[in-house]
Design a protein around this ligand. Structure first.
Ligand code: ADP
Ligand code: MG
Length: 257
């Protein structure tokens, strides 16, 4: 079957038990583009990401990847297309950085029973790209929050998917690590032609770094498009119920309250 849009979400509604959480969500996603999803707590951002990642049971005919309905895709096939960086990452056991990144290879290794040279090469390349060579033998439960986040993103990169989904990857990080993670995401998006979709809370980061954003409220997409056009004082008031000021300094805009 042919396709025009690499990742397409059409008329997606979703409920947990009886509570409706998403209403007619739509989006077209293209390679080499960095997408942001913003909106108040409880607006359905994580639910949407989990549906795209195949973690919530997706209704029929609503999400297509390269023309295929994800509802019908076997889990391991989907895992070769989409990787997911969850909001909370807990490791019970003291795996090393290198071992955690190797876990990203699970769709290719028959549940890690058949690791090949290609898998080792991919992990090596990823360690290098994500600047984790010096930490490769450290235990992940001894890392700082920013280092750990880099490892979890590296695991997703090693999974070698066209689409990477991230749920608030920088929310707990200091400004240095925030910068580092955003720079890394932009780089893999541009250099490896990936579709990167991230839930982000910081509107200034979203405005200055994303190519396209979705602004959500109560399970609906209120606006979507170019960040500078979407993150207006009016739209922010509508979605967050907050009066903000937009400062303009040369070509940069800044939201303050
Ligand atoms: P966000 O990520 O924007 O904060 P969520 O997608 O986590 O929003 O949640 C949207 C709504 O769905 C909330 O009302 C939340 O309580 C509810 N919800 C989230 N996960 C579940 C779940 N596993 N079971 C039932 N309700 C859930
Ligand atoms: Mg969430």
């Amino acid at each position: 079957m042919g396709y025009e849009v690499p990742l397409q979400v059409k008329n997606l509604s979703f409920a947990y038990d009886k509570q409706d959480v998403l209403h007619q969500v739509e989006g077209d996603f293209y390679q080499g583009t960095f997408y942001g999803i913003a909106g108040p707590n409880g607006s359905g951002k994580s639910t949407w990401l989990k549906l795209m990642a195949g973690l919530n049971n997706c209704p029929h005919n609503r999400i297509h990847i390269f023309g295929q309905d994800i509802h019908k895709m076997p889990r391991m096939t989907l895992a070769k297309k989409i990787s997911f960086v969850p909001q909370m990452f807990n490791m019970k056991y003291a795996f090393t950085v290198e071992e955690v990144i190797m876990m990203g290879r699970y769709p290719y290794t028959n549940r890690m029973t058949n690791i090949t040279q290609e898998d080792y090469d991919k992990v090596e390349k990823t360690l290098f790209e994500t600047n984790l060579m010096s930490l490769r033998n450290r235990h992940v439960n001894e890392l700082s929050g920013g280092e750990l986040q880099r490892v979890v993103i590296a695991r997703a990169i090693a999974q070698d998917t066209d689409i990477i989904l991230l749920d608030e990857p920088i929310s707990h990080l200091d400004v240095h690590y925030q910068f580092e993670i955003i720079a890394l995401l932009k780089e893999i998006c541009r250099n490896q032609n990936k579709i990167v979709i991230s839930v982000l809370h910081d509107l200034n980061i979203t405005m200055n770094h994303c190519d396209h954003i979705f602004l959500m409220k109560e399970g609906r997409i209120i606006k979507q498009g170019e960040p500078l056009k979407i993150l207006t004082e009016e739209n922010i008031d509508e979605v967050y119920n907050l009066k903000v000021n937009m400062l303009i300094n040369h070509d940069k805009k800044w939201i303050t309250w």
